[in-house]
Design a protein around this ligand. Structure first.
Ligand code: SF4
Ligand code: SF4
Ligand code: SF4
Length: 185
């Protein structure tokens, strides 16, 4: 696959990582487009603007947004009804751009400037205290991409730390068992 074309396509996508296109984020959709496996009209947050840009880049015919993937909406952000929040942190885990602040059993809040409006935090909330509100703020895909990549990197580092800790524990256990076995003889 030509990575250069994937990056060019990805740069035209809104970077909300909302998964409405049927892929796990903007880059996987960009890869499928680069492979000519999918249509250019599957991204509701991008709407007509993204379809036009993709058609121009990929030399495709302009077509309307496919309603199967959702409708275009005005830019919106999540708002937590703080009095109802039980601090379960489920929203915080799924937010692709770390736009939610809070700690376990504490009230959570959304940093409006960093929220992409992806809506991924809505369904995990057990008390339905997250609502979406239309915003006039100027949405910045480049900032969203940066924050998404930073979160991915943080998750990779966390996983590596956990693996290293598990490996260390196993080695210590093996050493202890070996020492006990040697002491018996
Ligand atoms: S913003 Fe568009 S391309 Fe990115 S995940 Fe959402 S629907 Fe897919
Ligand atoms: S706060 Fe909710 S809507 Fe906003 S980016 Fe995070 S998961 Fe998406
Ligand atoms: S998922 Fe809902 S209840 Fe849980 S911390 Fe987030 S906003 Fe609060």
């Amino acid at each position: 696959m030509n990575q250069e074309i994937v990056e060019k396509i990805n740069a035209l996508l809104p970077q909300t990582q909302c998964t409405r296109c049927g892929f796990q984020g903007c880059e996987p959709y960009a890869k499928a487009l680069a492979n000519n496996e999918v249509d250019i009209n599957q991204c509701p947050p991008g709407g007509d603007k993204t379809i036009h840009a993709l058609a121009h880049l990929l030399d495709k015919t302009i077509k309307p947004l496919n309603p199967k993937f959702g409708e275009y909406q005005l830019p919106h952000v999540a708002v937590i009804i703080e009095k109802d929040c039980i601090g379960c942190a489920k929203c915080l885990v799924v937010c692709p751009v770390d736009a939610i602040l809070g700690a376990s059993k504490m009230m959570h809040t959304v940093i409006a400037d960093e929220c992409t409006g992806c809506e991924l935090c809505i369904s995990p909330c057990p008390v339905d205290c997250i609502v979406m509100e239309v915003t006039e703020k100027k949405y910045k895909p480049s900032l969203a991409k940066q924050r998404y990549e930073a979160k991915q990197q943080r998750l990779i580092s966390l996983k590596e730390e956990q693996q290293a800790r598990t490996k260390k524990k196993k080695a210590a256990l093996m050493a202890m068992m070996k020492a006990r076995a040697t002491a018996k003889f």
